[in-house]
Ligand binder design. Structure first.
Ligand code: F6P
Length: 328
């Protein structure tokens, strides 16, 4: 059967993530390979509303596989959340004769894409790009691997100064709703305790654990806290709570912030972005839409967008146990 898709457009939306450029490059080049015209939309859905797009060719994406951020920029568009905004976006889709849309982003971006597809019948395919790794239907999202490697590199440095001064450090990492970054980088960096949104173990447990480690002769410790942690206290409040209850600890706080989203993508994220980009275009070409590409057990898979945004990816309890055992 001959594909109806002659022209596609691609955008990156939501928080940028290392590996988005690799995915963009793959979308552009796979389109060229299959003789599909490819347009890049600048600044996510904002660019679709403002008709900010440019035709790409294989050379437009030279030398970007190794770059962090996103060449075509990103935004969290408030206007696209309105029916009016989406109407303007659709007018530009028609004006530019776009047959399908590739959305590289996280759950908010996929929700926008899904609504757009249902309102205007424009085929949409998602590529999961977020450092949080909180999308259903893929074991890994773009940028997550790079982010956890950035985090452990920084915590290793914090550990040097923590151990030189016999200090207890609280390190806040990203993860508004998900603890994947905290849990994996915490284990990788040998953290004493890890606080994540999915498990509210209470601050008493934290105190008990820190008391224990003091008794067993630990002179310095690192506690990793996801920003969306559920105790109801932020990292500074948790730190001062511990300081008040365990005055023998000299406490410091470090909030890693947006540095976690930057930097050159890891090899894993470059390969993942490349595979996802190829699979996205070829899936669109063979008639799939309203789905997200993902990777599971080393195989590329498709998941309906409405499932991808629901339920989030589940925290692996085994990791919690590993962390508990190894932090004695
Ligand atoms: O969605 C990824 C994420 O990095 C979250 O972990 C974090 O809470 C959020 O983005 C920060 O977003 P912004 O850059 O808009 O402040």
């Amino acid at each position: 059967m001959k594909s109806k898709i002659k022209r596609i457009a691609v955008l990156t939306s939501g928080g940028d993530a290392p590996g988005m450029n690799a995915a963009l490059r793959a979308v552009v080049r796979t389109s060229v390979f299959h003789k599909i015209e490819c347009f890049a939309i600048y600044q996510g859905f904002e660019g679709l509303i403002n008709n900010s797009m440019k035709q790409m060719n294989a050379r437009s994406v030279n030398n970007i596989i190794n770059k962090g951020g996103t060449l075509i920029k990103s935004a969290r568009s408030l206007e696209f959340r309105t029916k009016e905004g989406r109407k303007k976006a659709y007018q530009n889709i028609k004006k530019n004769k776009i047959d399908a849309l590739v959305v590289i982003g996280g759950d908010g971006s996929f929700t926008g894409g899904m609504i757009f597809e249902s309102e205007f019948k424009v085929p949409v395919i998602g590529i999961p790009g977020t450092i949080d790794n909180d999308i259903n239907g893929t074991s890994f999202t773009l940028g997550y691997d790079t982010a956890i490697n950035t985090v452990i590199e920084v915590i290793d440095k914090i550990r040097d100064t923590a151990s030189s001064h016999n200090r207890l450090f609280f390190v806040e990492v990203m993860g508004r709703d998900a603890g994947h970054i905290a849990l994996n980088s915490g284990i990788g960096a040998g953290a004493e305790e890890i606080l994540i949104p999915e498990e509210d173990l209470g601050l008493k447990r934290l105190l008990d654990s820190l008391k224990r480690s003091e008794k067993t002769g630990k002179s310095s410790s690192i506690v990793v806290i996801a920003e969306g942690e559920k105790s109801g206290k932020n990292v500074f409040e948790i730190a001062s709570y511990v300081e008040q209850n365990l005055p023998y600890y000299e406490v410091r706080v470090s909030v890693l912030g947006h540095m976690q989203r930057g930097g050159a993508p890891s090899c894993f994220d470059r390969v993942l972005g490349s595979r996802m980009g190829v699979f996205a275009v070829e899936s669109l070409k063979s008639g799939s839409s309203n789905v997200m590409v993902g990777i599971k057990d080393e195989k590329m898979v498709l998941t309906p967008l409405n499932k991808a945004i629901k339920g989030k990816s589940i925290i692996n309890k085994e990791l919690i146990r590993v962390s508990d055992i190894l932090s004695i």
